[in-house]
Design a protein around this ligand. Structure first.
Ligand code: ADP
Ligand code: MG
Length: 323
């Protein structure tokens, strides 16, 4: 079992950012309205996620760390109706196979919380402990027992910036959740969770970007496209401020990016880059969001149509402002 978990971990757990993504998505699935993320040493040495979600019953903790023991699918039929972000039931088993995990959790129906310690898939302890409602995961020394994999990690600061990206993207796709990110003890991000995307953009990127955005809001019978477009003068690489979410999942797509950039044609100065947060939601199942659960790719049946539409929407909105 230990070996299987270690191998499986390679699928889900590539780096601290993937640990953060899996744990934050679990917090979202648990109904959290506030999620705080803290890392030290790029998240390799220390990564903490605290949420105010449902918590885990003490007698369910060990089960949650078993492979494919997700609480989110009760039968094969359910597979068709999976709405939650995580449903493969292998994140906790994979993470705990290659790190030292400390879990503190409490449901609101229980008087006491529980503390669970598991290192390299070996259970160390399960004890009662006083705790607030919700769940904290602390993941220490990622890949301490798989040195070959540890070698593939980049520097702490690079790995830390990948974790930051994950938090940023999840904060943008969930304006209804308050996110906080601490890097080596310094607060790097804080959103209010008041549900407003434009407030969230302001809280993450500041006034300079937020005061210049234009809203877009389009829908037909197949797709809705909404969000904000603007520009950035901060040189952070061409596409670093381009954010696409398909059915609330952050994705990367050269084709979509190119389509949007085309819409900006003539509207950017030489030193400006596009800034946008664009949510695309399909009303039918033309989009396959599960091509690969840990990758940021999606497949469209009608991608070229969506691209044309995007170019048009972006361009029309920029023109409208000019009037
Ligand atoms: P999955 O998310 O695919 O179900 P995971 O291995 O990520 O599998 O999690 C296993 C189970 O542990 C979840 O189904 C859930 O019941 C429980 N769990 C994990 N994280 C949390 C959390 N932050 N709050 C409440 N329950 C959690
Ligand atoms: Mg999960």
């Amino acid at each position: 079992q230990e070996t299987i978990d270690k191998i499986a971990a390679g699928e889900v757990v590539e780096r601290p950012a993937s640990v953060a993504k899996e744990l934050i998505e679990n917090s979202i699935d648990a109904g959290a309205t506030a999620i705080s993320v803290e890392i030290k040493g790029g998240g390799i040495e220390y990564l903490r996620i605290t949420d105010n979600g449902s918590g885990i019953d003490k007698d369910q903790i060990q089960i949650a760390f078993l492979r494919h023991s997700t609480s989110k699918i009760s039968s094969a039929v359910d597979l068709d109706n999976v709405r939650s972000l995580g449903f493969r039931g292998e994140a906790l088993s994979s993470i705990s196979a290659v790190s030292k995990v400390e879990l503190i959790t409490k449901t609101k129906d229980s008087l006491l919380g529980a503390s669970y310690i598991i290192e390299g898939a070996k259970e160390i302890s399960l004890t009662d402990i006083g705790a607030p409602d919700g769940t904290t995961f602390i993941v220490r020394q990622l890949f301490y027992n798989t040195p070959a994999r540890k070698k593939f990690l980049k520097s702490g600061s690079t790995e830390g910036s990948y974790v930051f990206d994950v938090v940023e993207h999840l904060a943008l796709s969930h304006p209804e959740i308050s996110f906080k990110f601490l890097l080596n003890g310094k607060e790097k991000l804080m959103t209010s969770g008041n549900g407003s995307l434009s407030d969230t953009i302001y809280q993450i990127y500041g006034r300079q970007i937020a005061s210049n955005v234009l809203d877009i809001d389009y829908s037909d019978d197949k797709v809705s496209i909404n969000g904000f477009i603007g520009q950035s003068i901060i040189a952070r690489g061409n596409r670093a401020f381009e954010h696409f979410f398909v059915n609330q999942r952050y994705i990367k797509s050269n084709n979509l990016s190119r389509a949007c950039e085309e819409g900006y044609y003539g509207f950017l100065m030489g030193h400006q880059y596009p800034f946008f947060v664009i949510n695309i939601a399909f009303t039918d199942s033309a989009v396959d969001v599960n091509v690969h659960p840990t990758k940021q790719e999606v497949r469209f049946e009608n991608e070229s149509q969506i691209c044309e539409l995007l170019t048009k929407i972006v361009n029309q909105r920029l023109r409208k402002r000019e009037d």
